[in-house]
Write a protein that binds this ligand. Structure first.
Ligand SMILES: [Zn+2]
Length: 199
């Protein structure tokens, strides 16, 4: 029996036609950084100029997010790059399909209301908690066409944007939960920190 040819890890996600010719860049998904890695606590620097390198990084981050199978957002910090760049791909929510979003130098212009919802993070596997965040926000940033765009967001989109912008400031969602809940999670967090995967 012939051996089955091994496909790259991201093939199932990007290979819509069942063919092996869908390759955007000759790159693999990037290595995710996990809780306990000091890079997650650093503040990312603004992107002064969006060159091909930044665009390729964004493309690789989209690929990395897709490879996770369940991720909906990623900050450059989470792949060890301290540049102010986030990507969001929430897919379909309430019958509305959202295109993947790439934002350089995102800034929160305004926020309103408060809402609690459950959150998780690709960098903190298997940990979820209720997090209180603003309900509606206006965010400004630069897209892949190097144009300044303004996004009015609520619901899941607002939450993901806020979560990812937090990453650029070295802030994790567990920093925003109550002391009691955090104490309950402390064993789990310690375990993650000790088991920190090589990067
Ligand atoms: Zn996260």
């Amino acid at each position: 029996m012939p051996k089955r040819k091994r496909k790259p890890r991201n093939a199932d996600a990007s290979d819509v036609n069942g063919e092996d010719n869908v390759v955007l860049y000759e790159t693999a998904p990037l290595q995710l950084r996990y809780y306990g890695d000091p890079v997650l606590r650093k503040r990312a620097k603004p992107v002064a100029k969006i060159t091909d390198a930044e665009l390729q990084l964004a493309e690789q981050m989209l690929m990395t997010l897709e490879a996770t199978g369940n991720g909906i957002g990623l900050a450059a910090t989470q792949v060890g790059v301290l540049k102010r760049l986030i990507i969001v791909n929430i897919g379909e929510v309430d019958d509305e399909v959202y295109e993947p979003l790439v934002l350089f130098n995102p800034e929160i212009l305004s926020s309103e209301g408060e809402i609690v919802a459950e959150e998780g993070c690709l960098s903190i596997p298997d940990v979820t908690a209720d997090v209180k965040r603003p309900e509606q926000i206006v965010v400004e940033g630069i897209n892949v066409e190097r144009q300044s765009i303004r996004i009015e967001a609520d619901g899941l989109l607002a939450r993901v944007l806020l979560h990812e912008i937090d990453h650029l400031n070295g802030v994790l969602f567990i920093d925003r939960i109550s002391g009691l809940k955090r104490r309950l999670l402390s064993d789990e967090l310690l375990r993650l920190q000790q088991a920190q995967r090589p990067s």
